[in-house]
Design a protein around this ligand. Sequence first.
Ligand code: GAL
Length: 694
Amino acid sequence: MSGDPSRAPRRLLFGGDWNPEQWPREVWDDDVRLMREAGVTTATLGVFSWSVLEPEEGRYDFRLLDDALDLLHRNGLDAFLATPTASPPPWFTLAHPDALPVSADGTRLTHGSRDTYCLAAPAYREASLRIATALGERYGDHPAVLGWHVHNEYGTQCWCDHAAAAFRTWLRARYDTLDALNSAWGTAFWSQRYGEWEQVLPPRATQYLHNPAHLLDFKRWTSDELLACFTEQRDALRASGSTAPVTTNFMLPTWNHLEQWSWSREQDLVSLDHYLDTTGPDGEAHAAYGADLARSWAGGRPWLLMEQSAGGITTWGAGGASTTAHKEPSRMLRNSLSYLARGSQGSLFFQWRASTAGAETWHSALVPHAGPDSEGFRTACELGATLRAVAEMAEPPVDGPVVEADVALLWHAEGWWALESGGLPSERLDYSDAVRRTHRELYHLGMAVDVVEPGADLGRYRLVAVPSLAGMDDATVTALHRYVKEQGGHLVVFPFTGVADQNLRVVAGGYPGRLRDLLGVRVEQMRPLVPGEEVRLDDGSTGASWSELVHTEQAGATRRYLGGGLSGLPATTVREYEGGGQAHYVSTELAPADLRRLLAGLVRGAGARRVVGDLPEGVEAIRRRGARGSFLVLLNHGPGTVTCAGPGLDMLSGQPLEQPARLHPGGYLVIKEDAGSSHSDAWQVTATDTAPGG
Ligand code: GAL
């Protein structure tokens, strides 16, 4: 069985996590009244309700959900009903101490927070499956159940003996023989050769650096084992006869324990929790990044923003998530529209009503501690009205992706895991940063961007960028060759890409061994830079963090290093192919403005189209395709007023856009485009000179 995207909702959802078990019954009525007032459609229910639903092992008590689902239904609301398996109750710990997770240093964790279970422990898997089955049987045909929300943000790791046994089983299936494993992992180094399968353990705390291939396989196993946790619950829910879509919420920016491509294929609907991690203007680029990832994981189909924060910017630190800054109303609205324009079927939040106790008491909510007489709730009402006005956007296109992009970034969780393995040539190599940096500049250039799976057919893109994907398998290399040589594609490769095979074994003879021929370069030496150190290029660009001693073989230099030990040597290169294909290489980490300039040249050279011609700084334009036409969303994140002119219907006013519309700072427009006008030249967005306050 796999995911069935035809089950995904075909309307826009608005709402969030509702935790009625935290409140007296009379508050529930108030909740539902306020939900209706705000235009909420959907509550996510039961995410952390296990101890209420199963107060003792095997004794279920469904009064909470019976009552809550009926109340929602009577009020015309529906639910994403969760399986509560992210937080086993305290009785579980005492009954099954072996099912508690053990960290790499051998510490067995205990209850008192959430996510305290071993993903491979039979007792945990059985208890999870039992409660998921019971929920499916009881609510599979409940009219309020719009979808199933399995678990919450899978990602828990464990290094215990259950994990060890399951890891070995997985390794045997992957390698078949110990010789193959020894060879793949390079265990000749530091006397690590395994003579019996039982000698292979999870990468537990050890004296010094781990074997990177061992670490990488442990991550792969964790992702696959967690996926089995998900699919067995999904299958139990489906066995109840329910046809509601089954999803589980991915988490970004920091929680990267899953290989999202394989996971997405198993879900009926891809969903994402996305928390801005910056207070500055980069937050908007970050929202676009999360949305582009989710839509791409969903194969270009609509997906769902399952959580964002209502009124706070969250920072993840050693002490967990904390709200460090206020998210102003217009930002919450613009972010919601940005996700929506990039394919989300709505905007859901964590959480509906702010808790007054517990670990996340201070997290923002649609109904804050102050109650409905608050900026937060008024903003929720405004979003509800906005989503109602643009409801038609939810109808997915009959064919093709919901957003059309000419530019793509290669993205894979393994690239991230590889750069977490330690012992690298520079501590400053950071996969997520490298991808995000490239995405950010493409975003600022006004491009629609997809991310693509290594090995996928790239033929429909004009330009493909590959940031720091260190290990590459044959399928990935073949797809890149085909793209450039047969499909005439333009490729740009950034440092520390294709330097090794899929087990992180370096391909010797010059970097990047896996792509040397395609790029026509041979990198003799990596020369990482220390903080504060920079290199200059002959076009005025600067680079930091990284530089390389590059020899052009079949390629030509497009920029050279200027000054320093690499002076006069190639810094960026291109190998051109008959048929128009181009393979570019960039050997340093360019400063943001310089990277933008480089990408602008590549975008132009590749003939990739912007969403709207030229945009004033800070204005975002994105086009979403629908069943009967396209929708252009214009968001003004910048400090100045802009004027937007083009053919279409302003969906918020319901009026045709006959006169150019003025978009004040923080403002937004959603246009239903006239037939035939969904191209970049149909629109003019220009900065307006206005007197202050004008
Ligand atoms: C999410 C999680 C929620 C809540 C939220 C705020 O990652 O799914 O349950 O914890 O973060 O921290």
